[in-house]
Write a protein that binds this ligand. Sequence first.
Ligand SMILES: [Zn+2]
Length: 372
Amino acid sequence: MIRSHKIRLNPTPEQEIYFRKAAGTKRFVYNWGLDRWKWAKSQGVAIYGMMAAKKEFNALKQEQFPWVYDVAKDVMEGAFQDLGTALKNYFDSKSGKRKGAKVGFPKFKSKRSSHQSFRLNNDKFRVDGHTIRIPKLGEVNMAEALRFSGKIMGAVVSRSADWWFVSIQVEIDKPEPIVFEKESTGVDVGIKALATLSDGSEFENQKPLRSQINRLRKLSRSLSRRQQGSNRWWKAKRKLERFHLTVANRRLDAQHKASHAIAATYAFIGLEELHIKGMLKNRRLSLAISDVGLGEFARQVCYKSDAFGGVTVKIGRFFASSKLCSDCGYVNKELTLSDRKWTCQGCGVLHPRDWNAAKNIEQEALRLVVAR
Ligand SMILES: [Zn+2]
């Protein structure tokens, strides 16, 4: 299985120039390839594979684009690779071969876009402790050492909020199945607590955005007061972007700790199929939800449990986990989103909302498995 680790880089100013140059080269080659593809299509050539485009580019580069030699060769190859994938995803999505959200036709990459990236292939760079060695550049310092050991498959160098990162993909062996401490649980993924389990235990939500909301307001205000495009405006914009990124990283960290603990403890885990898109339509909920990233958390629980040799079962999103009494099966139709507790009219038990939901999720997941 392949895992990736995203690490912040500490480039020198010269190295940063190389990164910008490489990202610019990637953008140029990607756009060039897309342009050729469109031209070929206009000439009635339906399939114009990236192999042909690459060959054409290679024949021209010495004469027309000699600056591509300033950066690693992978940058150019990665651009064709990415474009090929983008086109394939578009056509597979159109034909129904690819499930999930519709994928749009690839767009030309803008110079103004804050997202810049380029790819490095596995045999072209080396990682050693806090250092990554990149062709035609040399050693760049990494803020932390690579978390995984195994065969390195590739890397993507990218910029966000004016920081540079490298995401390294590593093929790791599936760990030996572990002996789980506990048999089964149900997980209610939520906003108040990140996760409530059917034994009543809770994983707290860090909600970093809420606790730092004043700082966010201050940064946003200072951005809006400045003249758009001015130096001071760019500086304020960068500060705000960095703030968002720090908050997102902290959230991800909390989620990783909780999902690891759950996946490593229970052999069988029931989860709810969350319909995040539908939930986001609810204005009041949307801030809190985008804050906690529920979909990402459920995804982590699933892949980590699988890695430990555990089993996860998702129950359908129409299953009324909150409204059902986990003791007697009575359905409380009057339950609203703001009710944190409710008393069952069937049996008189007082239910903390999320705990009751987690119990139902566990029971339903177990029932589904038996039914299969
Ligand atoms: Zn009841």
